[in-house]
Design a binder for this molecule. Structure first.
Ligand code: SF4
Length: 373
């Protein structure tokens, strides 16, 4: 099983916390779509004819594309890859783009999973984050999406927002439950360098983020969703049975994927490559039928460290058979894992080990302590 990721590098507004690659100038939208089509054709052998089971439009804001532009990309994928008939086709969308007619268009294109950037159901939070939508638009588009027939819907929520009370966070979760949304991706707000939020905090125009608030919000999230039969299958992802993200799960299980568009990453099992994070350079490269990208061959140590990083963030955990398959000296790693099991941060599984409920909150730190040098 393999997947295709398409990065659409445009947004209407720059959210204050975001460090993804995007441009708020939309003038080259059609040129980028054409270049993405060209890249798909040039790299059609990358996945070695493996059947495609997931297609993911991410960004940026893919819902800014017109029906014709989305159709253009899907046609090129279908013409150049072996796409399975029951493939999961996800589109990330922002509520302000999702009119009823837009949702009908997306449905008619065969998009069968929507990932909607709700972030919060409170306008005060949305304005503080500089989001382009308001709470009413979120509510409305979710109702329409369900009416039109979208069953597989996920929403993004953000917690740890400075002025958000614990009660408001609970209300955000409760509203999601009331709407019957079967999958939630919830992220702790982080401060990335070169973002407006970073600048605001440096200049004391915004309070520093409070780790204790993030921890409280995370615990409430886990409790409320568990009580409502969501499976916490990855540190930031909760889904009802049958609604886990197939595309993201395949990343976490080290399946191959082709990423196209500016800044997109690809993985073919032995190497990673990443496209230039600049729309103009991307366009210039594709005009000459060259994909501007860099490539890194992964060494056994890198593959094990990635396995630790990803495995400790999800319910499948880490696999000793995989770790030992490279023949490296893992004596120190084994000892560290034993200690972490004793103190309750890790637990054993049939195949290896995974983080406990307590350890999950510190999964990234635990993984970096375990990394092979
Ligand atoms: S819409 Fe998404 S990608 Fe665009 S700036 Fe906001 S968070 Fe970033």
């Amino acid at each position: 099983m393999a997947g295709i990721y398409i990065h659409i590098p445009f947004c209407k507004k720059a959210c204050h916390y975001c460090d993804f690659h995007f441009s708020t100038s939309l003038q080259h939208q059609q040129a980028i779509v054409n270049a993405i089509g060209k890249e798909l054709e040039l790299r059609k052998a990358y996945l070695q004819n493996e059947p495609i089971q997931t297609i993911y439009f991410g960004g940026g804001t893919p819902s800014l594309l017109t029906k014709a532009q989305l159709q253009q990309i899907l046609n090129i994928i279908n013409d150049n890859f072996q796409v399975e008939s029951n493939s999961e086709i996800t589109l990330e969308a922002n509520p302000d783009d999702l009119s009823k007619s837009k949702l009908e268009e997306l449905f008619s294109l065969g998009i069968n999973r929507l990932s909607i950037g709700v972030q919060s159901f409170f306008d005060t939070h949305l304005q503080w984050m500089n989001r382009a939508h308001n709470a009413q638009e979120s509510w409305q588009c979710l109702q329409w999406a369900k009416e039109i027939g979208f069953e597989n819907i996920t929403i993004d929520l953000i917690y740890g927002i400075p002025q958000m009370t614990d009660g408001e966070w609970k209300e955000n979760i409760q509203k999601t439950l009331d709407l019957g949304i079967p999958h939630i991706s919830a992220y702790n707000l982080t401060v990335e360098e070169k973002t407006v939020l970073h600048h605001q905090i440096e200049n004391k125009k915004s309070p520093k983020l409070d780790d204790a608030q993030g921890e409280r919000n995370f615990n409430v999230l886990q409790e409320m969703l568990k009580a409502n039969d969501y499976v916490h299958y990855e540190i930031s992802n909760f889904g009802k049975e049958g609604y886990f993200s197939k595309h993201n799960t395949s990343y976490w299980q080290s399946k191959r994927y082709l990423g196209v568009g500016p800044s997109a990453h690809s993985f073919d099992g032995v190497s990673r490559s990443w496209n230039v994070s600049n729309n103009n350079l991307y366009l210039q490269g594709l005009e000459k039928e060259k994909v501007p990208s860099k490539k890194e061959m992964l060494q056994p140590k890198d593959l094990i460290n990635e396995h630790l990083m990803i495995g400790l963030r999800n319910i499948w955990g880490c696999d000793w058979q995989y770790i030992t398959s490279f023949g490296l000296d893992i004596e120190e790693l084994t000892q560290k894992v034993e200690v972490l099991i004793k103190i309750g941060d890790l637990e054993t599984t049939e195949k290896g080990f995974k983080t406990t409920h307590k350890g999950l909150l510190f999964a990234d730190g635990i993984a970096s302590d375990l990394f092979l040098e």
